[in-house]
Structure formats: C-alpha cells, structure tokens
Design a protein around this ligand. Sequence first.
Ligand code: ADP
Ligand code: MG
Length: 316
Amino acid sequence: MKGEAMIELRNVSRQFGDITAVDNLSLRIEKGEICVFIGTSGCGKSTTLRLLNKLIDCSSGEIWVDGENVAKLDSELLRRRMGYAIQSTGLFPHWTVARNIGVVPRLLGWPADKIEARVRELLELLSLPYTAFAAKFPSQLSGGQAQRVGVARALAADPDILLMDEPFGALDPITRESLQNELLRIQAHIHKTIVFVTHDIDEALRLASRIVVMDKGRVVQYDTPQNLLNNPANSFVENLLGQGERGLKRASLQRVEQFMLPLSGEPPSLDIETGSSLRQALSLMLWHRVDQLCVRGPDSSAQGVLPISAVLHSHE
Ligand SMILES: Nc1ncnc2c1ncn2[C@@H]1O[C@H](COP(=O)(O)OP(=O)(O)O)[C@@H](O)[C@H]1O
Ligand SMILES: [Mg+2]
C-alpha cells in the first residue's frame, strides 16, 4: 500500500427513504491529497461529504478518519477538526468578516489575541488585506471575496482536513479560475487533505491529485487526472470528459518544460514561459503560425525549444 490513508470509506451506504444516495462506497484518500468528487447532480457527492463530517450518519459501512472510526467520535469535535466550505458560504450576515472567520477558534476557547492573529494571517493568505476587510459585513463583499472568507473560515482552526462542496460553483469563470489558483497556491504551503466536490470537469482536472467519478451513488472511476484522460473506464467517463475535447484537456495538464528539447543554434523568436501548459503553447503556435517556441525561465534565460512535433508526441 502506498501513502497513508487520512480518510477511508468501507462499504458506505446512505439511504433516504427509497433513495440510495450513496451505494456501497469504498475509498482511500491519502494525506495531503486533493481528492475531487465529480458527477452529475444528485449522484451523492454532497451526501458523501456530509457523511465524512457526520452531519449525517451512514446507513451501513464505516468511515475512518486518521485511524479512528468516526461512528465512535463526537460529531461536534470531529467537525472542528474538519474545515467545511460550501457554495452558499454560510457566512453569518450580521457578523463582520473577522468574527465569521473566528467562529471555530472561539468555540475552541482560543484567547482573543490568538484569534485576531489567526484571522489576520488567514485574510492575508487569501489575498484580502486585514485593514480593508476585517470589519466588513458579508453583504459588502463580492461573490469571490465572500468565497475567500468562507475558505479562510474553514481553515481557521488549522484542521487536517478541508471539505469543500462546490465552493466556487456560483462564481463567474474568471473569478473561479483565480480562486482555483489561489487554492493550489495555498495547498502548496498548508498540505491539508482536501476533499473537493464539483460538477465542472475542468475544475476537477485542474485541482485534483485524484478524481472520484460518481454516478448513482457509486464510484465509476478513481484515478489521477492523467489516467482518467488516457484511460476512461467507460462511456460515462468519456462523456464527462467530452470526447472531442480530450486532447486539449490533456494538453492543459502538461507543462512545456516536460517536452522541450535542448537548444541548438539560434532560439526561436517567439517565447513561452516555463510552467505554461502545452495547451497554451499550441494556442500560441496557432495564433502566430509558427512551429516552434523558445521556452524561457523566470529569469528570461532560454531553457530549450518546443517544436510542434514534441507537442504532437506528448502522449507517448
Ligand atoms: N436530506 C435528504 N433527504 C432526502 N433525500 C436526500 C437528502 N439529501 C440528499 N438526498 C437525495 O440523495 C441523492 C443524492 O443527493 P446529493 O448527495 O445532494 O447529490 P449531489 O451533491 O451529487 O448533487 C439525491 O437523490 C437527493 O435528492
Ligand atoms: Mg451537491
């Protein structure tokens, strides 16, 4: 077995009357992963998250978190160890941003100065300057700012696990992309185990270390974004990926420096930065009608050359 399981579901089912929302789910989520659940509306994603933090109980099966069976844990205490961010943010409208973020630390009895320092740290982490935002009320925030506050609140007591249920679902595409980048940037520092629900395949491919594709309460495929694109388990997954778009989706996961060749002679006149995706490289080539790019590092030094043939053979 590789890695260490932070969360493990063993044959978990949850019924609501006649409806089986979650159907015999077994899954291991390793420490430090971003595990993204994706599937059509009603397939059981939110129910799974609510089972994890015991907002609801399993009808059968077991959930283990960090080596403990959650059935044996107090649900309030468990919830304080897991941050929870949702689409509607759930911020208290008559509380300031600072008070909203500090809600769990207050419940945990932290002293006031420690709470204030933590709120300050989190606001800065989420690119919301403390002096401008701490005293604002939720109604004074844009959708993107409110979601950032929701994420800050979920992180407030430094939980090991972060549960996120379509947190960016209501945002416009540009704000959504900047919050996705923000989440990846933050995760590189905090290394939480993140369980993230979305119905947007591009969001899933972008954020996930592993993706759980769900349909009718069951796991259809559990794999890395690369493997999902290269080997979709069945036509349901193929459709989810959008067959005609697969090439571009895969190219957006691959970095130019993985495929560039050593420079020989004059570098090509058109540049692309390291860290850019093959999709961006392809788009530049199409736009400028060139068949090779010079890959340059952050210091502008030429690192290599990316010919279109390297892009075409990138899946091998
Ligand atoms: N509290 C509830 N009572 C009754 N049915 C529910 C409840 N919560 C979820 N369901 C049903 O369970 C199924 C899965 O719902 P949900 O987990 O919210 O799906 P998703 O988040 O993937 O859209 C749906 O059929 C939904 O109607
Ligand atoms: Mg849902």
